[in-house]
Design a protein around this ligand. Structure first.
Ligand SMILES: Cc1ncc(COP(=O)(O)O)c(C=O)c1O
Length: 372
């Protein structure tokens, strides 16, 4: 019955551990969940109010498939203010979260067999999205972080490279001079950069984010969303800033697939774009930096990528494969994590610190006990 295209897509191993964690919690076990990939903060009240107002004002009808003009304009202003990027609303398309934005890009960019360079460890959905668009992922592993050298060595014959920085799952980012060099490679060798910047605000130690579009706008698709920055994962609003022709193709496609993202969510996101709302973001980031420091100290004897950003630690497992490790950690110590296999690194597991300091301390104590 099924098309070949979808036959290889199985349930994510991520969910296997999560499902079991829920079962154990239902039997009364004190399960500590480090599996989450979303802020544990609520959406700010002013943003929620804007969503409610949209409902009351009957902003509940279809909008333009590519999103309302007010939001696309506000996004151009935000990109200019924060990243020094100059876009027009015609170069912006709003979709149902960055995940949808990324899928749109793969579909309009890739022909059958087109290669996409995918540095590993990578975020779990890229690989399936590339394959669904009939592209071919070219997976190359990096050591500490993604570098220009890695891109230079593997650029031949690629149509695009995916850069995710700060990175899920490793938390590392790309140094500004490396960003510039990759941009130069993209222009010289004529490939596109799909720049997933959803964690750009989650940077610590006063590190700064530089979008690659600063140096290679015509070759870049900037992908971002309100999900992480504004703790709005469930509202489902993401966007792409990119070449006008590509944005038009995505808008046309979106008009036949999902139509507009939720009108109510778009108006809530419009409120989020106001500069004043960065204060909520800053409070959250300060809290995550504190937690990052706490976890780093608690894990001192372990081997891991030191997160420069995001809210993840990617930790090396002593031996065996990651699914077995995470399953046993859950069964024996009631701590839920995500197996590195999902991110293309089977000798690691991911710990998210989107939870309270008390739970972090207790959970890490259990992990260390388990690891011996
Ligand atoms: C690296 C990365 N990109 C994109 C997304 C998708 O975010 P959303 O679709 O909620 O905007 C996520 C979510 O976990 C992510 O970690």
């Amino acid at each position: 019955m099924l098309a070949d295209r979808v036959k290889h897509i199985g349930e994510s191993k991520t969910f296997t551990v999560q499902k079991r964690a829920k079962e154990l919690a239902a039997t009364g076990k004190y399960v500590i969940d480090f599996g989450l990939g979303e802020p544990d903060f609520p959406t700010a009240d002013v943003i929620k109010e804007a969503g409610k107002r949209a409902i009351e004002q009957n902003k509940t009808r279809y909008t333009a498939a590519e999103g309302v003009i007010e939001l696309r304009k506000a996004l151009t202003e935000k990109l200019k203010r924060e990243d020094g990027l100059i876009y027009t609303p015609e170069e912006i398309i709003v979709s149902n979260g960055a995940k949808h934005s990324l899928d749109n890009i793969m579909r309009i960019l890739l022909d059958k067999g087109d290669k996409v360079l995918l540095p590993a460890p990578y975020w779990v959905s890229y690989i399936e999205q590339i394959k669904l668009a009939e592209g071919v992922p070219v997976i190359v592993h990096y050591d500490e972080r993604i570098t220009a050298e890695l891109v230079r060595k593997n650029k031949d014959g690629i149509k695009a490279v995916i850069l995710n920085y700060p990175n899920n799952p490793t938390g590392t980012t790309i140094a500004p001079e490396e960003v510039e060099e990759i941009a130069w490679l993209a222009v010289k060798h004529d490939f596109f950069v799909i720049s997933d910047e959803v964690y750009k605000k989650f940077l610590y130690d006063e590190k700064k984010h530089i979008s690659i579009a600063r140096y290679a706008k015509d070759k870049t698709f900037v992908v971002d969303s309100v999900s992480k920055e504004f703790a709005m994962t469930g509202w489902r609003i993401g966007y792409v800033a990119g070449p006008r022709e590509a944005v038009r193709a995505m808008a046309n496609m979106q008009s036949h697939t999902t139509s507009n993202p939720s009108s109510v969510s778009q108006y809530a996101a419009l409120e989020a774009m106001k500069e004043n709302n960065q204060k909520h973001v800053q409070i959250m980031i300060q809290e995550y930096e504190k937690r990052r420091n706490l976890v780093q100290k608690a894990l001192a004897e372990c081997s891991f990528y030191l997160p420069e950003g995001t809210f993840f630690f990617f930790i090396k497992i002593p031996e065996g494969n990651s699914l077995e490790f995470c399953s046993q950690l859950l069964e024996q110590k009631y701590v839920a994590t995500v197996p590195g296999e999902a991110f293309g690194a089977d000798n690691y597991f991911r710990l998210s610190y989107c939870t309270s300091e008390d739970r972090l301390t207790e959970g890490i104590r259990r992990i260390k006990e388990f690891m011996g």
